[in-house]
Design a protein around this ligand. Sequence first.
Ligand code: DCP
Ligand code: MG
Length: 372
Amino acid sequence: CVSKDTDVLLTVAPYACQRQTPLTHQNSEIIDALEKLGKAAALRGSEVRSLAFTRAASVLKSLPIRLQSADQAKNLPFCGGHCQTVIQEILEDGVCHEVEALQTNEQYQCMELLTSIFGVGVHTAERWYKDGVRKLSDLDDPNIKLTADQRAGVTHYTDLQRPVTREKADRVQHLIKNALHRFVPDLEVTMTGGFRRGKQQGHDVDFLITHPDGEALSGLLKKAVDWMDSQGLLLYHHTRVRSRVQAHRRNVPMDGHETCYAIVALPNLDTSKAGAGVGSDVTFPGARAWRAVRVDLVVTPYDEYAFALLGWTGSKHFERELRRFSWHEKNLSLNSHGLYSTEKQCSIPATSEEEIFALLGLQYVPPQYRNA
Ligand code: DCP
Ligand code: MG
């Protein structure tokens, strides 16, 4: 990015994986507005529009300066007319009128509420909205069938809406490692997702599990999950393995690793203190002694570990851009299992994230700069 005094000429690399995106940035109000518009488009089912806003927001996240005018953004990738209007409104009025309108848009508010339930995607929320669902209690209607994920999501809704702090994530890590190491003491367990990118809070805690000896991984997740369940540490869990065939399709974002989507009952540190308010970490006498936290556990074979680590560290947009770059610029298919050359019909191995970036001809981007 180049900046020269007032008539600033800004340039940013077109792919998010070609630039550094820190956790905090200079244009938060504009970025928030663009992300809200992106979310609104996604909730209306318009993925293309949503991606356009996400790309614009991501470009601005990598700018080292605060924008002074919409004009400054005109040469930036993905920052077209609509994006410049948003920038101008925020710089001049302090608000974006399109975003303001969302606050009073009943369908948007309702879709946002419904898709914030664990296990509920846009299509389900849309169907429910058409069926007249407007609030969580409407889901008590016996005519509305919930999946097991959704049932758990509704039951623990309030807890799952509260951000998971770094301190809680560390305690979850301790609990998870304790369960896993009972069965394989030298298992490698890594916290991935937003916390690996340096976020101080998140909506869940993600872990990647591996071991050089594949035998050690066989049946491990089930044993650890059963043990946690027997200790009353699990409120819900659901394990799945997606087919490898699907996982090797081009640009499949998620992966076919054995994955457990769980809701952990994280014991509270101190249940004796009185005087807690809503949202407080302090509990009061008679209150329950735990808090529900969403946890994802992913088991990966050792030879896929570097790819899985890269794929599960995120951000979601950084991952999407890495895959897009690999495919369009290098003719290679990248996912959480590996790197595949369709031309040569072979996998290209790697043992570290640094090696994968090098194979793609990209400069290494450390996790804390992948907040695209
Ligand atoms: N991921 C992805 N594509 C998806 C979902 C996830 O590439 N559709 C990858 C990138 C994410 C990581 O998995 O960063 C973990 O997913 P989360 O949804 O937990 O995202 P974060 O951990 O980044 O965010 P949060 O802090 O909200 O948990
Ligand atoms: Mg996460």
